[in-house]
Design a protein around this ligand. Structure first.
Ligand SMILES: C[S@@+](CC[C@H](N)C(=O)[O-])C[C@H]1O[C@@H](n2cnc3c(N)ncnc32)[C@H](O)[C@@H]1O
Ligand SMILES: [Zn+2]
Length: 332
């Protein structure tokens, strides 16, 4: 690891400095040992979220702009942050809950220096896809928990937590933890699923008590079967009911199916090929059914949580495709 990153790294147990011995990190103060496997420092076991490791290993490339030919991740990052690509250039970014790294590769392409973290072994996928940036020292990956991150507080220009708060088991606390790592003058970019009539996905919350009874691999199998049967019908109906008026409401209902239809709409718009749309739908369906935690928030709760972050001022607080988005700046 380069010196700049090592200086940011501390023992998550006691805050002591860490010594890099190439195969593990050891704490100077409490003697804790953190292994390095596959070139990645491991500060969490990943056990609570093994569904995400399965998900991102199986569908590694599906949501990466560089692989699927869309600009979905880039557009989402820019839309939610209301920032320009050049505002990321040369910035020290901490990204938590990176998954396969759909936003990591965008941040890297903007010229940011990124530390990407995930609780699960999904971080290996992110590392694998971005080997060239790791070699250049522009990307550093660790496996760690948002509630116990191995970094010095208030050290990052930009902290990113996209698609992850609702899956941590305590979204409000996770938000507050991320905030701790933003330096004075820096920003936090976050989002969280929304509870609202527009975004209501009743079937998803009906199936979760049952899907939780099964192993992640069994849930994945069920998601594959449901998608195989329903996608041809959904695709047929969605493509016939394009346009305004009652068709819009019809699409709204189909888009609240048991499985995810978001990628089918991208396919109908000509943005995705059929095979990627199918795999994306299975991925999103598994993502809806399998997580241990899924804790959406009403917009009013989201707003309150953002405005209550100490020493911050809210730059963006809005609904977005994913639910609620926020950008908070720490006073200099
Ligand atoms: C739905 S995925 C989102 C991945 C990526 N940010 C994206 O939007 O595609 C949520 C990710 O958050 C991670 N996660 C959940 N709880 C976490 C925690 N306590 N600390 C760090 N990451 C966590 C999961 O392992 C998973 O990869
Ligand atoms: Zn220690």
């Amino acid at each position: 690891m380069d010196n700049e990153n090592l200086q940011l790294l501390i023992c998550p147990a006691c805050g002591g400095d860490l010594i890099d011995s190439a195969v593990y990190y050891s704490c100077c103060r409490c003697s804790s040992i953190y292994p390095v496997r596959g070139g990645i420092a491991r500060f969490s076991s990943g056990a609570t979220h093994d569904n995400f490791a399965i998900q991102w290993k199986k569908f590694a490339d599906v949501q990466l702009d560089s692989k699927n030919g869309t600009t979905c991740s880039r557009d989402r990052l820019l839309d939610q942050s209301e920032m320009l690509p050049e505002e990321f250039k040369g910035k020290n970014v901490l990204e938590v809950g990176c998954g396969a790294g759909r936003f990591t590769e965008v941040l890297l392409s903007f010229g940011a220096k990124v530390i990407s973290v995930d609780y699960s072994a999904a971080v290996e996928v992110c590392a694998e896809f971005n080997q060239s940036f790791r070699r250049k020292g522009q990307l550093f990956n660790t496996q760690a928990d948002v509630f116990s991150l191995p970094f010095k507080k208030r050290s990052f220009d930009i902290v990113v937590g996209l698609g992850m708060l609702q899956h941590t088991g305590n979204a409000k606390k996770a938000l507050q933890c991320l905030w701790e790592y933003v330096r004075p003058g820096g920003v936090l970019l976050v989002d969280r699923y929304q509870i609202s009539l527009r975004s209501a996905h009743i079937l998803k919350y009906c199936i979760r008590p049952f899907s939780r009874l099964f192993s992640p691999l069994a849930t994945l199998k069920m998601a594959e079967v449901v998608c195989a049967f329903s996608i041809p019908v959904q695709h047929f109906l969605l493509s016939r009911f394009q346009g305004q008026g009652f068709k819009k409401y019809f699409r709204f209902i189909i888009n609240r199916s048991l499985n995810s239809t978001f990628p089918l709409n991208l396919e109908i718009e000509g943005k995705l090929d059929a095979d990627t749309a199918y795999r994306w739908s299975v991925l999103d369906t598994f993502d809806m059914w399998a997580p241990k935690y899924d804790e959406p928030a009403a917009f009013s709760v989201w707003k309150k949580d953002l405005f209550n972050l100490p020493d911050g001022y809210v730059v963006v607080c809005k609904g977005c495709g994913q639910g609620n988005a926020g950008v908070i700046k720490r006073k200099a």
